[in-house]
Write a protein that binds this ligand. Structure first.
Ligand SMILES: [Zn+2]
Length: 231
């Protein structure tokens, strides 16, 4: 569920994998791809949320560190040496097919690291476009453009459903501050299970820009009570 707070283990279990090491995982699930998004200051890639509050820009990934070359001084690869598409290449391929009207838009689920061992689901996105830019190191990097969707995925039924409400994306820095302020527990009952970052106003109701003051941690029970009230 969007803005749910998960341990690393819970995140992997949700995707049915032992480990999630790579940032880009094309078709980790038969119905969608998975990315690990990061806006942390020391993050290896420059990921960001646009001012519209619903669009992500996700940087492609570098060549592997192994080859003896500096990955940060080398163009990001679309293909491996053997000519197979890298994860960048697979993402590009699906975007090109979609743009030509041949394929469906790729659905991507995003997670972000809040602190060591604490992750949050960012929701589901449509992979709508990409661009190639020259970065500060004078090399080419990919920037993937993802637009938030109003869908969620029901694991037990292996299907996608539409959410009732759509909210703006909560920036990682805000989540970090809220986590610290609320002490990692539900502000109403102190529960530390099944937590969720709750934003006061849904996007559909004119939710304003996200500030620390209008985000709080709620447990599943209190989150449900609140969403029933809004309807
Ligand atoms: Zn609670």
């Amino acid at each position: 569920m969007k803005d749910e707070i998960l341990s690393y283990r819970e995140m992997c279990d949700q995707e049915g994998v032992q480990v999630l090491q790579r940032g880009m995982n094309y078709r980790l699930n038969p119905k969608y791809s998975v990315i690990l998004f990061s806006q942390r200051i020391n993050a290896p890639y420059k990921d960001r949320i646009y001012d519209d509050g619903i669009t992500l820009e996700y940087e492609g990934h570098d060549v592997p560190r192994s080859s003896g070359i500096n990955p940060k001084k080398t163009d990001q690869p679309q293909f491996t040496k053997r000519g197979n598409p890298t994860e960048n290449g697979k993402f590009i391929q699906t975007i090109e097919l979609f743009k030509r009207g041949i394929g469906e838009v790729e659905i991507v689920r995003a997670y972000e690291k809040i602190f060591s061992g604490i992750w949050s689901e960012k929701g589901f996105f449509k992979l709508i476009d990409y661009k190639i830019v020259v970065d500060d190191n004078q090399r080419k990097v990919f920037r993937f453009i993802l637009e938030e969707t109003d869908i969620d995925f029901i694991k037990n039924e292996n299907q996608i459903r539409t959410l009732k409400t759509r909210t703006r994306l909560i920036p990682t820095e805000i989540k970090k501050e809220v986590w610290k302020r609320d002490g990692g527990k539900c502000v109403l009952c102190g529960s530390t299970d099944e937590l969720h970052f709750d934003h006061d106003l849904p996007y559909s109701m004119g939710g304003t820009s996200i500030k620390v003051e209008n985000v709080k941690i709620l447990c599943a029970r209190h989150n449900l009570q609140k969403s029933n009230k809004i309807e």
